[in-house]
Design a protein around this ligand. Sequence first.
Ligand code: FMN
Length: 369
Amino acid sequence: MKTKVCDQLGISVPIFGFSHCRDVVAAVSAAGGLGILGATTFDPDKLEIELRWLDEHLQDRPYGVNVLMADSRTEGAVEDLERMIPQGHREFVERLNQKFAIPPLREDALSSGSIYQNMELRSTHGWARPQLEVVWRHRARLLVSALGAPPPDVVDRAHKLGMKIGGMTGSARHAQKHIAAGADLVIAAGNEGAGHNSDVATMVLVPEVVDAAGNVPVLAAGGIGNGRQIAAALALGAEGVWLGSIWLPTAESDLEEGSIEQLLSAGSHDTVRTKSWSGKPTRFLRNPWIDAWEERDAPEPLPTPLQRMLIAPSYRRIVAARMTELMSIPVGQAVGQIRQRQRVRDVMLDLQREYLDAMTRLNSIQSVT
Ligand SMILES: Cc1cc2nc3c(=O)[nH]c(=O)nc-3n(C[C@H](O)[C@H](O)[C@H](O)COP(=O)(O)O)c2cc1C
């Protein structure tokens, strides 16, 4: 399964594993793939701790970091942005707080390092820049930006430090923007996948992006939970695959036990694409909080980053009160294929075994005709 990106990044299999959990990231890289730490939730101090840990644990093995760099128009003082949130939206959220009996936040409920602090600004350049100052001090080999291409100085700095640049994209047009901005690879994130994704299904998006990307390698993301789908992605022209959902219930994952149980019993129909989290369409496991935003009395979600600012206080209360049934878990339709809690290493081995079986089957079809 060795492809061009394996040589480019010094890995043995072109399986990229996205996670906010450093143990998962390290385990993917240790198993021959490339783990990418989703840094969005970390303030610079916490990110420093995570990257230092990865440097120490992975030594020569490569890993990557993912930051959100949304349109820089979203930069601005929190107070200015707060004023842009309509009163009607605030009242709707307050009605939800009451409907679901979400308890008020105790002062000590969330530690200062909690990933649920500072949720409001996570997609702005203002949030990403200090994170990047930390990234530069560490050994990440790949810097991936989501929701927008990084500015030229960021690309230059990364390249000078020997890092490759990757861009998450949901369309051929955005892939070309990333490439024009200096991306060394692009990740085509199709509609089936967790988190922010495309209006277009992976099966259609990947060949479109491959055709638009020229010589720049493309990774397929969204809906891949089995080696058969890796074979399909490579057949579509991808040089590798980027997986997110599959790691959530692994033994190394730091996800809440209750959330893991929900995921293991969920089917492929149980996810929903909603703007109610960040203002941009994002795929989550369906839950009553998300469903409430689809009801007739619900206002249209606000643009990024206002929607996140609007719901952040309620979400912190949900997390602090451990209301698992309302915690929004980003997950893709591949959740229906994930049935057991396994170690990352075993997931990686299964994916490769399934890929080989699929290739054997394809080759046998070819030889019959
Ligand atoms: C819990 C979770 C959080 C995610 N957060 C981000 C993120 O912060 N930035 C990003 O670029 N992608 C994020 N993603 C999306 C992944 O990078 C990836 O595109 C997606 O998971 C691929 O589809 P799959 O879930 O079907 O494997 C997230 C995915 C998951 C499962």
